[in-house]
Design a protein around this ligand. Sequence first.
Ligand code: GDP
Ligand code: CA
Length: 324
Amino acid sequence: MRVTALSGGVGGARFLRGLLAHLDRTPALADSTVTIIGNTGDDITLFGLRVCPDLDTVLYTLGRGVHEGQGWGRADEGYAVHAELSALGVPPDWFSLGDKDFGTHIARSLWLGQGHSLSEVTARLARRWGLPDRGVTLLPMTDVPVETHVVVDEGGGPQAVHFQEWWVRMRAAVPAQRFVVAGMDRATAAPGVLDAIRTADVVLLPPSNPVVSIGIILGVPGVRDALRGTRAPVVGVSPLVSGRPVRGHADACLAAIGVSATSSAVAALYADFLGGWLVDDADADAAMPSGVTSRARPLLMTDISAAADIAGAALDLGVELARS
Ligand code: GDP
Ligand code: CA
């Protein structure tokens, strides 16, 4: 089976790790390939280095190198470089990077500086984490630098701050008025992205943030049209349970675009291409947009096996939709 998935950071990565576990434990699916289209709207240049938080979270999680408790960053990490930068008074002080993580960003920045595209750089990093050996290809959504900004008012009138500053420094507590994606007007889909959607057997939407992860990928020219046009069923997993995000601030993001924080409302954001939608048992009564088949089941990814069961249910629903 050729599986294509759109992904943000922690929610996407944990789902995808479950997907790989499900494929590994299912003999009939052993030869499957997985193409991941990663969000790059979170990307930021810090300390002179290009950082791609969502791509790195996918790499570290699938490569068994992630800090399990945090869900992002490296396990067994040290912070000597960051401490030295602080002593030198080099900002920002609100975004910390570990020493091993710095290695990723130094390599990425070096290779980008040598003229390689983000796609090529990401493929190199993916080799370091063993993704190709597992049938996995990680594609950035675009090779053009894009950065999500958030319009907020901290008292001195509206101003746009980088998404990371809103999410990490402000903890999304200052209401977002709107999101602006700098660079999107010049963006084109990275090589392979549109084909991966068009030629898939099933397209999966992990429970990634519908606004600042999936929503940003959908803004790349051609992606939404490819999803509408693909023969593959598109099946998604709700990131909300009982009207609340399982982690993070998806509710604050939805409020900014005037959408209520419910599984139904998130499904409605995708209604023009969505075929199947998994909701939590707590939301079994959620009304679906026409054309969307929903199934209720437990949606908490408490461990890899729970995530594998969710991914398996998403694939099963995709197969069912493809037959009908
Ligand atoms: P980020 O880029 O690190 O914020 O990660 P994503 O955008 O990929 O995913 C974030 C979303 O994952 C949040 O809105 C969470 O509600 C959702 N999420 C995290 N853990 C779980 C889980 O166990 N179950 C479900 N259904 N959603 C989850
Ligand atoms: Ca993210």
